[in-house]
Design a protein around this ligand. Structure first.
Ligand SMILES: Cc1ncc(COP(=O)(O)O)c(C=O)c1O
Length: 463
């Protein structure tokens, strides 16, 4: 009847199948307002089910207000139920995250094909099997002690940092950390000084929190600290000193000193976002700014690039005076991170699997960077110049005399090329028009070569 097909093998009871079919018909408008439903007897006969089954479905529809039943009158569809179909779910998604590109130069993407997925699954399984029962309860907003201890040991062996596990607070990634930092420091019109250009995602995080932003220009060595003069009502400076996003510079020692002096004199915090410094291709990772003043610098780390973004684990190293308020904010926001991934990550760190994975990926990414530079020379000759330090998963390229704006990005996308003009990440527009960002970490050498060729051909056409 009415095209309702019942699945007698389904775990869903028959009355619920009838109820759901009728409900969908009222919402979609297939059953119109005031339309009369068949009697339960008639319906039961047509569907070859017991009358009780149909009665149960009708009672549910009546209880939820989809149909109306009055004594002595037939059961009718209620008024005002029809809802227009929403656009298909694909149109809600960010087109760039679902499309397959001929040249995919998106930034910030580690190569997930090399992630030791099986090993991780085993560690996750082991972690949940061995997890003490009390960790199934509320384990606190700071993160499980095993993970904090392992992060401390890892920071020491990878960056020479000495940190107390009590100062580590686990978060759901760097973005989440910045949300909490904004709640912690901003408010009442207090401003945040940000590198310009900087990652639009991080910029949006602060803007969405209502923080007024003051852009501080960046050159190929990072934030131009000369511009940090006498700032009223400032609460923090956001920097990526180990590998500036997006231009790639390492902040020189003299600028670091200026920054620390500025923070002390003006009693503001420095938010150090160390998002990908594991991947440096000449020399060891840069010593964090945090080491210069642990009471003025809030260090933000993430495992999104070293492991995988969906892990959603990052951390902050927090000055003591901020601990109490952080605990309060986190407890009353999302309470804590789940313990299972934390425990698996602690195991991954303890057994040095993370160190080995990073070592392997550093070799692979370093080689891809070399292939990218070589392909650029082969296709573009001397028309370009690489910006920044040999690190990370992307490269900023300067093409003197060329201009790349939003229109260029869109027409590239239209032609299957995903590449980001630096301008996209600029707060004050117009100062980096001739630079493009090329993400290469997630691409095989052949994909890089092919992508560079496609980009070259497209740029030639659009001269
Ligand atoms: C500069 C910078 N900070 C932070 C992040 C985000 O890290 P997470 O995934 O931990 O939120 C990114 C991501 O690409 C980034 O480029």
């Amino acid at each position: 009847m009415w095209g309702i097909e019942l699945n007698r093998q389904s775990e869903l009871p028959l009355w619920r199948q009838i109820y759901q079919s009728l409900r969908e018909m009222t919402i979609s408008g297939q059953l119109k307002a005031s339309e009369v439903l068949p009697s339960t007897r008639e319906f039961a006969k047509a569907l070859e089910v017991s009358r009780n089954t149909v009665c149960e479905a009708y009672e549910m529809l009546i209880a939820e207000g989809f149909v109306i039943s009055r004594q002595g009158a037939p059961t009718r569809v209620a008024e005002g139920l029809c809802v227009e179909n929403p656009p298909s779910s694909a149109s809600y998604e960010n087109i760039e995250s679902v499309r397959i590109f001929s040249a995919d130069f998106r930034t910030g993407r580690p190569d997930l094909r090399h992630f030791p997925r099986f090993l991780w699954q085993q560690m996750l399984h082991k972690a949940s099997e061995e997890m003490p029962l009390e960790q199934y309860g509320y384990t606190g907003p700071q993160g499980i002690p095993e993970l904090r201890k392992e992060i401390v040991a890892w920071l020491f062996r990878s960056r020479g940092l000495k940190v107390d596990p009590q100062d580590i607070f686990i978060t759901a990634g760097a973005t989440h950390a910045l949300h909490l930092i904004a709640d912690l420091l901003c408010g009442e019109g207090r401003k945040i000084l940000m590198e310009d250009p900087c990652h639009t995602g991080m910029l949006r995080t602060f803007i969405n929190k209502g923080c007024p932003i003051v852009p501080i220009p960046v050159d190929e060595h990072g934030m131009q600290t000369d511009y940090l003069t006498n700032r009223e009502n400032v609460c923090a400076v956001y920097v990526t000193p180990s590998h500036q996003f997006p231009l790639g510079g390492i902040l020189p020692a003299s600028r670091r000193a200026t920054l620390i002096r500025f923070a002390r004199e003006n009693e503001v915090y420095i938010v150090e976002d160390d998002y990908d410094s594991e991947f440096r291709y000449c020399g060891e990772p840069i010593a964090p700014l945090f080491a210069m003043d642990p009471q003025r610098v809030i260090y933000v780390g993430t495992f999104s690039k070293a492991l995988f973004p969906a892990l959603r684990i990052g951390y902050v190293i927090l000055p003591r005076q901020l601990h109490k308020r952080w605990r309060d904010l986190r407890t009353h926001a999302d309470v804590q991170n789940p313990p299972f991934e934390q425990a698996a990550l602690a195991g991954f760190l303890r057994t040095r699997k993370l160190d080995r994975h990073i070592q392997k990926m550093r070799r692979i990414y370093g080689e891809r960077r070399r292939v990218l530079l070589e392909s650029l020379t082969e296709t573009f000759g001397s028309e370009w110049r690489a910006y920044g330090d040999a690190a990370g998963l992307h490269l900023a390229i300067d093409f003197p005399g060329r201009y790349f704006e939003e229109e260029f990005r869109k027409s590239c996308l239209h032609n299957g090329i995903c590449v980001t003009p630096v301008e996209y990440h600029c707060i004050q527009k117009g100062r980096h028009l001739n630079k493009l960002l090329i993400g290469y970490g997630h691409l095989e050498p052949a994909e890089i070569r092919n992508g560079v060729q496609l980009l070259h051909d497209f740029m030639k056409e659009t001269i």
